[in-house]
Design a protein around this ligand. Structure first.
Ligand code: SAH
Ligand code: SF4
Ligand code: F3S
Length: 442
């Protein structure tokens, strides 16, 4: 890590980071933290003590941008104190750099997702000369050599950045740039250092991990290598694209105990015409066959998904096809979104459906999925699971995760990182409550 930037050793400047968006963005906030801490800046969890307020933003839906913009607007008062700097970074910074600088005079630094390497240098300059810096170039950056400090039981490692799929609704390829993979050596080294720091459960991250490719290593190769060589308890990956998830990856999950039996497979729509308009490059039938292949190979696999309702021109019958797929497949969990037009994407040119139609479909599909989740949770009663305890829950209970990525609650205080066998006794709301049968490590 470059130490070129000016040291504030005597009075280190403190920064606070507020992160919006997906796990990629969370991981990027860890990267930013590492870069700043290597340059004598110090992270604080309380903005009152901070000299720098960093907002790491998301652009995926209009709502995400509204939340980030609202947060930035609320920092006007915070920034009034002299010598305070507001930085807006991430996907919305990339998309709306000009608008942000025009609208919020108190924002001193705007950086896109590929511009974090110089963040300490830029902050030094801003403190020295009160200048304003905007940088939104996209390139081949993968931050391969940056290994953020880790303190938790579960954490992420980015294996690739960007996306070339250009689903017609999606802003990600425009704000994150072209798909590129990080080297196997860098991924392995970072993961080894995470394991040494006590991380037990690592999720490999990419917009479409199935497209990972570095030298001769593809995603299945990487999964096998990591699972076989690292002292991990659990390994997961996000996100799989239904057009690319191959048999070698399914086999890697089946053959390695450490890899969680969980596939996050965004369906987006259950109707072939809409899937084609979305540029997803698979059909309803392809998706059904894929889930069948997963379940044949790994009977206890869980499958979760993302769905967009109200895509332009979607008819009631086509929406019903999606609902039909949800009940037929029985997703263990689903993130359900209303279509949000994103300027610059292909679908932005299509005429949107009326607001009330989109809202109504979202409400109805949420009801359908809630019923599925509750019924799946009830099916867990009486079953045993291996769980890893992750974090405290309300009333002295502890939240743990099954290998299928399901949350269960155990009504006891248990240290994070403990692995045990539990039996599910009841379901409250949609949450399974379990009791411990046997500890594996304590
Ligand atoms: N790379 C992943 C995730 C991308 S963003 C993938 O391909 O699945 C996460 C989810 O946000 C997507 O799966 C999609 O369901 C949703 N999403 C993306 N753009 C959207 C938009 N314009 N409106 C509504 N939902 C959107
Ligand atoms: Fe967006 Fe599609 Fe890429 Fe996912 S695969 S990030 S939905 S363009
Ligand atoms: Fe993630 Fe949002 Fe960017 S979903 S990749 S932070 S647009």
């Amino acid at each position: 890590m470059s130490k070129e930037s000016k040291s504030y050793k005597n009075s280190p400047k403190k920064f606070y980071i507020k992160t919006f968006g997906c796990q990629m963005n969370k991981n990027d906030s860890s990267i930013i933290t590492d870069i700043l801490e290597s340059n004598e800046y110090k992270r604080t969890e309380d903005p009152c003590y901070a000299d720098i307020y960093i907002v790491n933003t998301c652009s995926v839906r209009e709502h995400a941008e509204q939340r980030a913009l609202g947060h930035i607007a609320s920092l006007k008062k915070w920034s009034d104190k002299e010598e305070r700097v507001v930085a807006v970074v991430g996907c919305m910074a990339q998309r709306l750099a000009n608008e942000i600088t025009k609208q919020y005079a108190f924002v001193n630094l705007v950086l896109g997702p590929d511009s974090y390497r110089k963040i300490a240098e830029y902050l030094d300059q801003i403190f020295d000369t009160k200048t304003r810096i905007i940088e939104t170039k996209l390139g081949n950056e993968v931050y391969g050599d940056i290994f953020p400090k880790r303190t938790g039981i579960t954490d992420f490692v980015s294996i690739m950045r960007g996306c070339d799929n250009f689903c017609t609704y999606c802003i990600v390829p425009y704000v994150r740039g072209r798909a590129r993979s990080r080297s196997v050596d860098e991924i392995m080294s970072e993961m080894q250092s995470m394991v040494r720091s006590g991380v037990k459960d690592i999720t490999l991250l990419g917009q479409n991990v199935n497209e990972y490719s570095h030298g001769n290593t593809d995603f299945a190769g990487l999964l096998n290598m990591v699972a076989q060589n690292l002292e991990l308890v659990r390994l997961r990956f996000l996100t799989s694209h239904p057009k690319d998830l191959d048999d070698a990856t399914i086999k890697a999950v089946r053959n390695n105990d450490k890899i969680c039996r969980w596939f996050h497979l965004p369906l987006q729509s259950g109707c072939d015409r809409i899937l084609q308009l979305m540029n997803r490059k698979y059909t309803k039938n392809d998706f059904q066959e894929l889930v069948q292949r997963i379940r044949q190979n790994i009977p206890d696999a869980t499958v979760t998904t993302d769905i967009i309702v109200g895509f332009p021109t979607e008819t009631e019958e086509e929406f019903q096809e999606t609902v039909g797929m949800m009940t037929e497949i029985g997703f263990d969990n689903a993130y359900l979104y209303r279509y949000s037009p994103r300027q610059g994407t292909k679908a932005f040119e299509y005429e949107s459906l009326p607001e009330h139609v989109i809202k109504d479909r979202l409400k109805r599909i949420i009801n359908v999925q809630n019923k599925i989740v509750i019924s799946k949770a009830r099916q867990m009663i009486g079953q045993t699971y291996e769980v890893l305890f992750e974090s405290p829950a309300l009333n002295n209970a502890t939240r743990a995760k099954t290998r299928g990525n399901k949350n269960v609650i155990v009504e006891k205080e248990i240290a994070p990182g403990v692995l045990s066998k539990v039996i599910v006794k009841e379901v409250r709301g949609r949450t399974p409550i379990a009791e411990i049968i046997k500890y594996f490590r304590y």
